[in-house]
Each structure stands twice: as C-alpha cells, then as structure tokens.
Design a protein around this ligand. Structure first.
Ligand SMILES: Nc1ncnc2c1ncn2[C@@H]1O[C@H](COP(=O)(O)OP(=O)(O)OP(=O)(O)O)[C@@H](O)[C@H]1O
Ligand SMILES: [Mg+2]
Length: 678
C-alpha cells in the first residue's frame, strides 16, 4: 500500500468544485524567500514575527493518540475487526467475488499445507537408507502431490489477484459513495464546524485506501494459512521448535509494528502541509472563475516567487518529517533484524542439537529446515502486512468515524410537507454560526407575504444572506422560529420544503453541465425545452444561449470537450434562469444583479413585480436605487432590524437607509443624482 497522502485534495477541487480558500498569506518577509526554504518559519530570522501557518490542528489530539497506540496488542485486537469491516464492504459491492475470494484463500491454505506435507514426505523418502531407485519410488507420490499443490496454488493465486483487483476499486468507490450520501443528508450547519470539514477530508483519504484492505486482507489470510501449515509440520518434527520459532520472529515483528507507527505519525504530522500544497497547487495552476482568475493575479501581482517560496517551504517541512521517519524506521528495523538473526541462530542450533542427539532423523531435519523457512517467512509476512493493514485501518477509522459523525448531523426535521407559502413568519429569530462568539442575527421578527417583494438591505456582514438562508429552511435558527403558514421549518420535510424554494444565492454554482441541465438542475418539467427557454428569456439568458454553439446542449465547462466558458454576468443570468424556471412558492434572490450590465439589471427588477403575484419574494441587494421595486424594505444592521418601511418612507426618514442611499447617489455623476427611482 502506498502511503496515503492528501493527494485526494487534488482531485477534490476538480474543474468546477469550490476550492479551499487560500489562507491569508502574510506579506513576503525574508522568511518567505525561496532560499530559506529549509528553515522553519519563525526561526529564519529573529527580527521577524513568527509567520502564521495554516496547519491542521487535531483539536482533541485523538488521531495522534490513536496513532501512538499502534502496538502488537492493539494490532491483534484490531485485525479481526478490520478483516470483518473489509469483508462487509466487499460483500456490499460484490457478493460473488467475495465468496470466491474467501474460497480461493481457504483452498490455497490447504494446498500450502499439503505442499509442506509433501516436502516432508519427499525428504524423508529421499534421505532414508536404501537403494536410490527404491527411495525415488517411495518419494514420487509426494513429488506428484507437491507439483499438483504448487500448480493449484498458482492458479488460485491468479484467481485471487483477478478477484481482488475487481473488488478493491469497487470498495473504494462504494466508500466514496457512502461519504457523498452521508454529506448530502447532513444539516448545512455541519459544514460550519471546523472539525466536520477536517474530518471530511480525512474520510476522503480513508475511502481511497479502503480498496487496499482487500489486498492486505488477502495477504494476511495467505500468510496465516502458510504459518499454520508450517507450524503443523514443524510441531510434527519436534514440539520444541515451535515456541523457538515464534520467539525468534518476535523482534522483527515488534520492529515492523514500530516502523508502521512512526510512518503513520509522520504522515499525520504532515497532513496540514500536504493540504496546504494542494491548495497552493490549485491556486497556482488554475485559471478559473472560482479562483477569480488566480493565474492572472499571480502574474499581475508578481506573486510567483512568493508563492513558490511558500510551496518550497512547505515541501521542506514534509521532507524533514519523512526523512526523520525513514531514519527512525531504519534504526528500528536494524535492531529488529539483529535480534531476529540471533533468534534464528538459536532455532538452527536447536535443530542441530535435536539431530545430534538422535531425537530427529536426517529426513525430519530436512523437513524442519523447509518448515522453518516457510513459517518464519509467514510470521514476518503476517506482521508486516498486519502493520500495514492496521495503518490502513486507522485511515479507514477516519472514514467510518466521519460517517458516524455525519449521522449525528443528519437532518431529522419532520414529516410535514408545506404547500407554496402564503405567509412566512420570522419570529424572534436569533442565529449564531458554529464556533462564532457573536450572533449573525439577533431577535429578528418579520413577516413575508405572497404577492409582496420584501427587500433586505444593510452593510456587509449585517446578516442579510443569513436571514435569507433561514427563510429558505437551509439553516434552522439557533433560537426563535421561521414558520411557513404556521409550520416551523424545523418540523417540515426538508426536501418537500425546498421543492418550494427558488434560490439565487450570493455565490451560485457553475455546474459543469449543459445549459439545459444548468437551468433545470436535472429536474425538467413536462413542458420540456419550452419552459427552459421561457426561464432563459426572463433572465436575459436567451441572448447568452443564442450565441452558444450547441444551443441548450452546450456544455458549460471550458475544459471539457465541446464545453464553452461564460462570462461572470452570463453565468449570473443562467443562475437567475434556474430560479425563474422553478415552480416554487418562495423566490429568494441574494444579490441577483451584482454582475449584470445596467440593461439586464433593469429588466430583472422590472420582472420582480410580476413574479411576486403568486409567490413570496425576498430580495437582498446593495443596489439601493433599485429597491424601490420592493413593497417593503427591511434595513439590517449588525444582525438586527433597524428600519422597516416603503422606499418613499425610508428615503425621507433620517436613518441607515438614507445613509446607504446617499452613498450610492453621491457616487454617481452629478447629473445622475436625480435618476433615483422613487
Ligand atoms: N458559514 C458561516 N460560518 C460562520 N460565520 C458566518 C457564516 N456565514 C456568515 N457568517 C458570519 O455571519 C455574519 C453575517 O453574514 P451574512 O453573510 O449574513 O452577511 P451579509 O449581510 O449577507 O453580508 P454581505 O453584504 O457581505 O453579503 C458575518 O459576520 C459573517 O462573518
Ligand atoms: Mg450576503
């Protein structure tokens, strides 16, 4: 098994998934120069403040503790559990292959034992006294058995390889699938828990190595069978050889377990750095809408030296961990090998002693030599594979631990299926995100009605998006209630509730799908493309679609075959078309026109009134001059409602709204000041 790294992180971002945010990088100081890459930050120069590092922090220390606990005792305890777990997963993905694999292994074990018995028979016959032809005649049935057993074992080996190479990838994919399902079912608030995201990444890596367990399980069974066969034959020669053999194998076994522990711990320590590398690679290599064209900014900001320096620094830290682990591992292996060598010498001395004392014959001595070699090899194999399997098991623990954790966050709301709402009441709602020491919203009360457009305005961070997510039932409030026609969002079936939500979030997804799928979100209606085109026309996306090569079939993914890339505003039109397409009772638009040109923006705001006729509309916007379209404007400040009223009322009242309005109006050229719609 190759040491798992956070290479998964590379595959995670993909062409269109949101990458991890690049941590805020400190200004380039002397310690950031590439030349300093071998120096631990903070020690490079005492004159500079220690550089803040993005490292994974094991807040509980539990993983480190688990890693430290890899000992022979733990291994023996965990191995059966591991075998059970990998068999259960294998059974889930392919029962026939699993049964076939187990059968093959059992038969291979029997063949191994038969092979050893045959060797014993051959040697006894050949090394006995008497005529050579007679001896050969005595030996041939054993030779035939030996050859037959070897042939069957070879065939079984090929079958085992075939079956396990089918099962391994299936198991990894199934483990990944279970993660995806687990994540899709959790409350959104789970993602705000720092532990949840860290554990999700660890679980990802666990899922990847799951397939290795099948190979390791097979090796374990094979070594176990081989050891048993050797031990039985050896015990037949003389019982004293058996405990001696085990004692001789023990030092190497202990050394190998220690090496496994050292390597797991080293990997654990460089986890954060591995992750950092993949985040840096993502930002350095990629030119993408999500990274806001980082490649452009790296050039324009002449950041490449700084970023490569950071990269090299991180690589240097990983290398240091690896080197230390390799050195320590080699020292342990050396001590184990020396002690093991001494132990083997004792075993061989015992064989000679038994032979010299006439306690065993020459034939038996020859058998003992073979059996000792076989059993010794299998003990070493057992421990080596066992240590590897335990390490894989630790990664798998991350996977299964995360599934348990996700289970804890699973949505358990209620069975009520809300109809399109006529009235949404927000009653004394307070919301605080996980790990925050301040409320995002405090004691907010508000009623939204069908037929009305309600606009939320306020400074950045005042809680507008949070309120829109609470209204949509994406989050449940920490305190207070959001009631859809009297039904608290916490008691409604979430899927049924979201059927009634059309949402254009502030950061909408650029799905690498066709235009049609981007609009329908994979849920076409009976009206087919006519409905898609109508929604596109309403959002101004028809102009975008008309210019695409394959109309609604155009794949909106530049890197993919036949894919086409859209501009920021064109993407926003598609996101709006999604919301207009959806036949939902609540329309939530969070900054829906931030990227639109003035003409497109004007059209969207014009449409809002019509849309509100048969639905509740909640609009979040910074375009204060455009909110006149709303029936009611709610002004938020630091999570509280500070003003509420019509545009006309608020524009005339001293207060935050007037202030916001004045900023926007004064930023326009003098001649435009009176263009404000009232
Ligand atoms: N997922 C989150 N986890 C933790 N804190 C969050 C999260 N989302 C928002 N916050 C915090 O909640 C507060 C309100 O954020 P919110 O996104 O609701 O503001 P906003 O009014 O929409 O701002 P903007 O105008 O910038 O979009 C902010 O202090 C923000 O830091
Ligand atoms: Mg917002």
């Amino acid at each position: 098994m190759s040491e798992p790294t956070d290479a998964s992180a590379e595959s995670v971002p993909g062409p269109r998934t949101t990458p991890q945010a690049l941590p805020s990088l400190p200004p380039a100081g002397p310690q950031n120069q590439p030349d300093d890459c071998e120096t631990e930050p903070g020690t490079a120069s005492d004159t500079t403040a220690p550089e803040p590092q993005m490292r994974y922090v094991d807040l509980t220390g539990s993983r480190e503790a688990v890693g430290r606990s890899i000992r022979m005792r733990d291994m023996a305890r965990r191995l059966p559990q591991l075998v059970r777990r990998s068999l259960a997963l294998a059974w889930r993905v392919d029962r026939r292959a699993t049964v076939g694999l187990l059968l093959c292994q059992a038969v291979a074990g029997v063949m191994q034992a038969l092979g050893l018995v045959a060797i014993a028979g051959t040697l006894t016959a050949l090394l006995s006294n008497g005529d050579v032809y007679h001896r050969l005649g005595e030996a041939w049935p054993s030779v035939a058995l030996l050859a037959g057993a070897a042939g069957v074992r070879a065939l079984l080996g090929i079958t085992v390889n075939w079956l396990s190479s089918r099962l391994g990838p299936l198991m990894s994919r199934e483990a990944e699938q279970m993660l995806l399902t687990g994540c899709a079912e959790v409350e959104l608030c789970a993602y705000d828990e720092p532990d949840f995201n860290r554990d999700r990444e660890a679980a990802d890596r666990g899922a990847q190595v799951t397939g290795d367990l099948i190979d390791e399980g097979q090796d374990l069974i094979a070594s176990g069978a081989s050891f048993l066969a050797g031990a039985v034959v050896l015990a037949g020669v003389h019982w004293v050889l058996l405990p001696l053999l085990v004692a001789a194998s023990l030092p190497q076994a202990l050394a190998q377990v220690s090496v496994a522990r050292v390597r797991y711990l080293a990997n654990l320590r460089s986890n954060g750095d591995q992750r950092m590398l993949s985040v840096l690679r993502w930002h350095i290599y990629t030119k993408d809408a999500y990274t806001k064209d980082a490649a452009d900014q790296i050039r324009a900001g002449t950041m490449s030296t700084f970023l490569s320096g950071r990269y090299r620094q991180t690589v240097a830290r990983i290398n240091r961990e690896d080197r230390a682990a390799a050195d320590q591992g080699a020292r342990m292996s050396l001590i184990g090998a020396l002690c093991g060598g001494l132990g083997s010498a004792v075993v061989w001395a015992a064989v000679v002693w038994l032979l010299a004392g006439g306690r065993i014959g020459v034939g038996h001595a020859g058998t003992a030599v073979f059996a000792l070699q076989t059993a010794g090899q299998s003990v070493r194999g057992l421990v080596a594979v066992g240590a590897r399997a335990v390490r894989t098991g630790l990664y798998m623990d991350d996977w299964s631990g995360f599934l348990d954790k996700a289970g804890g966050f699973r949505m358990r709301r209620g069975p009520r299926r809300p109809a399109p709402p006529t009235r949404i009441e927000i009653k004394s709602v307070t919301h605080r995100y996980a790990g925050k020491d301040r409320n995002a919203l405090s004691d907010v009360s508000l009623t939204l009605r069908r037929g009305e457009v309600t606009a939320l305005v306020g400074f950045n961070g005042s809680g507008k998006s949070t309120l829109s997510k609470l209204v949509s039932g994406l989050y449940l409030p920490t305190d207070g209630q959001v009631l859809w026609d009297g039904v608290p969002t916490g008691e409604a079936d979430p899927q049924a509730l979201w059927q009634q939500v059309a949402l254009v979030p502030q950061n909408y997804a650029h799905w690498p799908l066709t235009v049609r799928e981007n609009v329908t979100l994979g849920q076409p209606t009976a009206r087919g493309d006519a409905a898609v085109r109508e929604a596109c026309a309403a959002a101004g996306a028809d102009e975008v679609v008309n210019r695409l090569g394959a109309d609604l079939d155009t794949l909106l993914a530049r890197e993919w075959l036949n894919g086409e890339e859209l501009s920021g505003g064109q993407w926003q039109r598609i996101a709006l078309a999604r919301a207009f397409f959806r036949e939902a009772g609540l329309l939530v638009l969070d900054e829906p026109t931030a990227n639109l040109d003035p003409r497109a923006e004007y059209r969207i705001f014009q449409r809002l009134r019509g849309l509100a006729r048969d639905r509740v509309v909640l609009l979040v916007t910074h375009r204060i001059t455009n909110v006149a379209v709303a029936d009611r404007i709610v002004v938020l400040d630091e999570g509280r409602i500070v003003q509420e009223g019509t545009y006309r009322q608020l524009a005339q009242q001293p207060g935050l709204f007037q202030q916001l309005l004045s900023y926007q109006v004064t930023s326009e050229p003098d001649g435009e000041k009176h263009g404000t719609r009232t």
